[in-house]
Design a protein around this ligand. Structure first.
Ligand code: MLT
Length: 240
């Protein structure tokens, strides 16, 4: 069994994910919001890698069944229904809807895994459920940290590292790439201070600046939304 962690998505070419299990981590905030939306009854979430493709995808579906969601610079996109705060995704707004979800970094990273055999979405909010599911899998596991504009994001690396550490506890002979070793060490070092590290991260500070600081404890809250979102055939749904 092998686990590779890619600390930024560009480290791995799409074709190399074939026959592997991919895990996409975007703690701030796409993974967290996706978990929140599915937990309150979203029918499916379709990631879009640009604003125009989100609008195009929405136009193929009945407008009353669809919500246009996502963000640019962490904020609501003009003409969209919802931005990317997990608090916006309430049962009253979401239940039964298909969400077209165009976030800046998380959505393109999810789409990048379309050739993988399975893709699972992971944040701190559903970490144990993800570990439990991965423990059953024999394919090589590739964890992609979404980062920010192609750069390293510490909160994603810590989350990925904790997944690695938990899986290694279950199977000490797992082979790790250097990204996985680095992420695991980072997670061990910072594990007692996750909310503080998330708040002090580059994107955490940015979200505070734009008034979204209430999202940070939510995104750091271990196992707050224990669901297993999987991406298959262009859609994210709850695992059966
Ligand atoms: C992203 O996908 O880039 C993020 O989720 C950004 C955000 O915090 O809204």
């Amino acid at each position: 069994m092998k686990i590779d962690v890619y600390l930024i998505p560009d480290e791995i070419a799409e074709e190399r994910l074939k026959d592997k299990t991919a895990v996409v981590v975007d703690v701030l905030r796409a993974s967290t919001t996706i978990c929140a939306a599915l937990s309150v009854g979203a029918r499916a979430i379709i990631p879009a890698d640009s604003i125009s493709s989100a609008i195009q995808l929405a136009s193929l579906l009945s407008r009353s069944a669809v919500l246009l969601c996502g963000e640019r610079e962490g904020k609501l996109i003009e003409g969209f229904d919802l931005a990317n705060s997990p608090f916006e995704y309430t049962r009253a707004k979401i239940k039964g809807k298909t969400l077209i979800f165009g976030s800046t970094n998380g959505s393109p990273t999810i789409i990048r895994t379309r050739q993988a055999r399975h893709t699972v979405i992971c944040g701190f909010v559903n970490l144990d459920v993800v570990v439990e599911a991965l423990a059953e899998i024999t394919d090589p596991i590739n964890i992609l940290c979404s980062g920010k504009f192609g750069q390293f994001a510490i909160e994603d690396a810590i989350c990925a590292g904790r997944v690695v550490a938990e899986l290694q506890k279950l199977n000490p002979s797992i082979e790790l790439n250097d990204g996985a070793i680095a992420a695991k060490n980072l997670a061990e070092y910072y594990w007692d201070r996750v909310p503080e590290i998330v708040a002090g991260s580059h994107h955490g500070q940015y979200l505070t600046q734009i008034g979204m600081d209430a999202d940070l404890p939510f995104c750091s809250d271990l196992n707050r939304v224990p669901v297993l979102p999987v991406f298959h055939d262009g859609k994210i749904t709850l695992a059966k």
